[in-house]
Design a protein around this ligand. Sequence first.
Ligand SMILES: Cc1cc2nc3c(=O)[nH]c(=O)nc-3n(C[C@H](O)[C@H](O)[C@H](O)COP(=O)(O)OP(=O)(O)OC[C@H]3O[C@@H](n4cnc5c(N)ncnc54)[C@H](O)[C@@H]3O)c2cc1C
Length: 442
Amino acid sequence: MKKEYDIVIVGNGAAGLFTALHMPKDKNIAIITKADMEESDSFLAQGGICVLKNEDDYQSYFEDTMRAGHYENNRESVEIMIRSSQNIIRELVDFGVDFERDHGEFKFTREGAHTAPRILYHEDLTGKEITSKLLACAKDRPNIEIYTYTTMVDIIEKDNICYGVMVEDADHQVHKVLCDYTIWACGGIGGLYQHSTNFRQLTGDALAISLHHNIELLNVDYVQIHPTTFYSTKPGRRFLISESVRGEGAILLDKNGERFVDELLPRDLLTAKIKEKMKEEGSDYVRLSLEKMSAEDIKKRFPNIYKTCLEEGYDITKEPIPVVPAQHYFMGGVKVDSEGRTSMKRLYAAGETACNGVHGANRLASNSLLESLVWARRAADDIVKNYESIPRDWCENYFVSPDGEGYVADYTYESVADRYHEEVREEIELERKARMEKGDKQ
Ligand SMILES: Cc1cc2nc3c(=O)[nH]c(=O)nc-3n(C[C@H](O)[C@H](O)[C@H](O)COP(=O)(O)OP(=O)(O)OC[C@H]3O[C@@H](n4cnc5c(N)ncnc54)[C@H](O)[C@@H]3O)c2cc1C
């Protein structure tokens, strides 16, 4: 890896790749990722991506997003996201993304808390379809270099200006990498939880670094639990049974085989109902049945879920599967404005790491890929519009210290990881308690 780039992007999920693809082709861009090329949550998205179908749907799409978010959403962000959606989908199609169609027209599906079908999809592998196409385009650009197993350990900062990142490479060497602009696209925080649908390396590193450098955070206690993940006692990621399975008619059953809830409730409310039922029954899971769909439809519409459950010993065309709620999505994050700017100059954030308030207290299904792409694009546009190189001679002698006391030494990720993770967990807990106290007083 070189010592200097024009732009460094941390994370190669949908947000990181889309930002890179909207930068001018004469800028040198480095994308770094903690893991392999395809190990990002963006590859895992099953259900789909929302779009404003037509003008008649605007009000109900807006209202569905607000209602799911308990009306704590930033209204301007919601409007930006919905109004940008058709353009984003056009761009994805131009990048080669293939959405399900019927006689040439897009097909739409529906998920929990949507009052209308407005979700585009590609089998049950929408995230893979989108992200693999973006990745292929990024690999084709000579100005974009992608470094795998390369981890951001810290940023280089002076007087609230970001000058680049401290990076540990695949050989565990730590380097200073200087740049004009840094973009955080580091995904969620699922790796901090015992049960999560996220990749384990997603541990909210940008949040820990923000705490060390006084970068503003927002709503960090807003963590979404997905109501239906495949129940397993194995370690590692939990396999998601997408909301669209319920959208297509799957029902939830108690231990007597009785339906006990409206399966299309918003995620937080449905999670509460499932947990209540598990407590009442003293069970570790409830059951999800696809009995209302034909075997043929199930295999065509949810081939990946069908195959994975079969590997786990369940044929979803014939029997219900055990499901349990697990950590899934992070609504909070590094606070950004409508252009993806953080509170630190020359540092942007997009995707699940960032919080522009669009989801409020709870995300509406299939809004997150869209939001990631909208803010990735806006961050790129803002950087391009205001691009200025920055003199950084002083950085030559810069070293950083994990305790924040002056510039003493470089350090590996392993040496700070436990501490970073604990600090983020503590911050989430502090914010949760503060919000509860505030709520109590009101
Ligand atoms: C199972 C599952 C299903 C989902 N289904 C849907 C869906 O149907 N529709 C929808 O809209 N959303 C869905 N989501 C949510 C959506 O996939 C994510 O919110 C979105 O993809 C986030 O994209 P991102 O680019 O911000 O982060 P990610 O795609 O997670 O990428 C984060 C990147 O940051 C890198 N990284 C992290 N920390 C560091 C570090 N310190 N140094 C270097 N690199 C780092 C990671 O290695 C990774 O490359 C789903 C999520 C999951 C887990």
